[in-house]
Design a protein around this ligand. Structure first.
Ligand code: PRP
Ligand code: ZN
Length: 286
């Protein structure tokens, strides 16, 4: 029996680079030479398959791969017998309705009776039904953005990330249908050895994600405001406090969330903190 865990990731597109770099940050070494379909990791029991993102849920369901990294948009469109293990925080995009610049659009009602091209017919028809709009959905598998200019449709429903694809095709975004990001998926009922490898991998992923959301902070604090500063910097357990050679001052080390980073720094300065150093963290294990 093959003891490797097989992961499917996007071959080329919005998710490929981040998927590869996430695996690398988990300490997994592998080649991803151009045109390669498969690569075997050198230091972790993982085989990496490079596939078209839209095909990944099917491959996982069919057991060609055990797990995969795929956009939530694709998972929402095709209900498959696979489990979402965790959202990965990258590949953020939205599925949106867009119309040509010349289209007079006031509300979603203006799409009534129109022809809309999309690769996401189910999500779109649910969305239209929720808004009591009846339109003709034209399903195409790629290059949806060119449909209006060749007279195939009046509007499109497609993924938007930077918006440059819509812009360069003279289209204007008018409604958000769903938000999406990359997620790790797995087929149910993995064999015990494979489940063990997946647990190891998710442990590392969690550490990498936690590290990305936090910063390591070092600062010098006057002892008179030490108590207040410690309250602002809870750290993982509690901050490290060490006396400085200069009397009346201490060095404080802690971890802060990236989100409230600037606010915390400002408050710390107000409390008299000096020599604040902020470092990024590679891994963070609870
Ligand atoms: C999506 C979508 C657009 C592009 C939008 O494709 O179909 O082509 O991304 O990105 P932008 O707003 O940054 O220009 P996807 O990544 O799913 O690739 P695929 O259509 O080849 O599967
Ligand atoms: Zn795609």
């Amino acid at each position: 029996m093959n003891q490797n865990l097989k992961i499917a990731i996007q071959k080329s597109g919005r998710l490929s680079e981040d998927s590869i770099s996430l695996l690398r940050k988990c300490g997994i070494r592998f080649d991803n030479g151009f045109g390669k379909l498969k690569s075997v990791a050198r230091n972790f029991p993982l085989e990496i398959f490079f596939l078209r993102d839209d095909d990944i849920p099917q491959y996982v369901e069919d057991k060609v791969a055990d797990i995969g990294i795929v956009g939530e948009n694709i998972l929402a469109e095709e209900k498959r017998a696979i489990e979402i293990i965790k959202s990965l925080g990258f590949g953020k995009c939205r599925l949106a309705l867009a119309v040509p610049k010349s289209f007079t659009y006031d509300s979603i009602k203006d799409l009534g009776g129109k022809k809309i091209a999309t690769s996401y017919p189910k999500i779109l028809s649910d969305f239209l039904a929720r808004h009591s709009v009846t339109a003709e959905i034209h399903t195409i598998s790629g290059s949806v953005e060119i449909a209006p200019s060749i007279g195939l449709a009046d509007a499109v429903c497609d993924l938007v990330s930077s918006g440059s694809t819509l812009f360069s095709n003279g289209l204007r975004e008018v409604e958000t249908v769903m938000q999406s990001e990359a997620a790790l998926v797995a087929r149910p009922n993995l064999d015990a050895p494979q489940q063990l490898i997946l647990d190891k991998l998710t442990f590392r992923l969690t550490a990498v994600k936690a590290a990305e959301q936090n910063k390591y902070i070092l600062l010098n604090a006057p002892d008179r405001s030490l108590e207040e500063i410690i309250k602002i910097l809870p750290g993982i357990k509690s901050p490290t406090v060490m006396p400085l050679a200069e009397k009346g001052w201490s060095s404080v080390h802690s971890v802060i969330a990236e989100n409230d980073f600037w606010e915390v720094i400002e408050t710390l300065k107000d409390k008299g903190a000096e020599g604040i150093l902020v470092l990024s963290i590679d891994q963070m294990i609870g």
